[in-house]
Design a protein around this ligand. Sequence first.
Ligand SMILES: Nc1ncnc2c1ncn2[C@@H]1O[C@H](COP(=O)(O)OP(=O)(O)OP(=O)(O)O)[C@@H](O)[C@H]1O
Ligand SMILES: [Mg+2]
Length: 484
Amino acid sequence: MFLSRDSESASSKSWLGRDETMQDNLVNQTRQFRSADKESANDIGEPKTERQQVEEALRQAEQKYRNIFDNAVEGIFQTTPDGQYQTCNPALARIYGYDSPTELLENLTDIERQLYVDPQRRYEFIERLQACDSISTFESQVYRQDGSIIWISENARAVRDRDGNLLYYEGFVTDITQRKLAEQQLIQKDNLATLGKLLAGVAHEINNPVNFLCNNLPHAQEYAEELLNLLELYTKYYPQPIGEIQQQAEEIDLNFLVEDFPKTLSSIEIGANRIRQIVDSLRTVSGSDEERMQPIDIHQGIDSTLLILHHRLKPKGDHPGIAVFKEYEKLPLVECYPYRLNQVFMNLLCNAIDALDELRTQPLNLEGSYLQLTRPSIWISTEVIGSDAYPDSGSNLWVVVRIIDNGPGMTPEVKQRIFEPFFTTKPTGKGTGLGLSISYSIIVEEHGGYLKCISTPEQGTEFVIEIPVRRENVSGSLGTTGFK
Ligand SMILES: Nc1ncnc2c1ncn2[C@@H]1O[C@H](COP(=O)(O)OP(=O)(O)OP(=O)(O)O)[C@@H](O)[C@H]1O
Ligand SMILES: [Mg+2]
């Protein structure tokens, strides 16, 4: 009754055989039905129209089920145990990006390799069906015909003959990509919000003692200077102190102490200021998601993010650190959601560092290291440009931020897909493939800007963020979801 594969593969032969058997049975049954019909007509002289009525009822029943099959919103399938589609409805073809069930049946011939992003999922699917003959809400990531990745949920059962031999699997497929995306974004937002709160809490706790230290240091420096001046006066007017004082002065190495004390206090001052900077950075990057649009200093956001990422930039073992070069133009304050924008800087900088780390872990070349030739580097530049480049934008000025790395770059195939949710080339568990799709939505949808990527294999990658300095007709708050 359903549209079936008619290819001649070894495995499908048994299926064709099964279809032929079914057809033979049907023909036999129809013959029996007709002769019975004749007999009964002869026996009791019933009119022929009754048989026609039965046939009509059968046709209508078949049509009814075909309509359900053809018009179902869910994908419906039958597959052979070795991973070939036997039957599918138009909805399944649509979900997988094919024009028709025939196109799907002709092209999707190896479910394990062509369909599942993680082929292991197909084994799990079969294992579970072997164990309990039916599964529900089995979720997997699959490739559509154009290579994009979607999430599906399957309800399926194993169909067996009377002797318990497995004939085929059949079931339903639902596209759950939108739900998964919303879930993942919520999880990421939740994690970020938790981390943000933690950072804000830590920053708050450190802030008080650091202020205490920073506020008192100038006094300590002043008192030290006065005491040292007094000591100098003593030595000037009493060059020959009594033996006990002289002995004590030698014990504490007074000359060295007098010289080193101010330097020690200066070091403490440098350290305290550094802690203060880190605390400020933590506060800058740990904002709230329910923030309002406000004018901010973009450079402060970038610098804070860099400070937080400092541990990933410094040298490790034999490998030099990642050099960061900044070319900042004088920028006006930009109206934006600071926390969300900092998330974008964080995603782009983490990606650049990941890409450069990929090079760092490659084996050294014969001359020692290619790194001596091309030091892993990130360039960050900012500029402000007029609205001529963005007619209809409603803003007079736009700010452009470029984040460039000399990492491995991307192939055109990868570059084409980087803004797709869930697309990642990183090992399972390392990347969720959401960083750039979230960044895109923050820049384009939340800030009315552009996020562009320029990349060539072996020549590095450049991301360009362009946002208007002021946004007209934009409501103030992001609300609780953040994603619009
Ligand atoms: N600077 C870069 N250099 C080379 N490839 C990059 C760079 N930035 C992004 N990519 C490519 O784009 C893909 C998608 O990036 P995205 O930030 O969306 O996800 P991810 O980094 O893989 O995972 P996540 O950010 O969710 O942890 C990366 O897996 C990588 O292949
Ligand atoms: Mg990323």
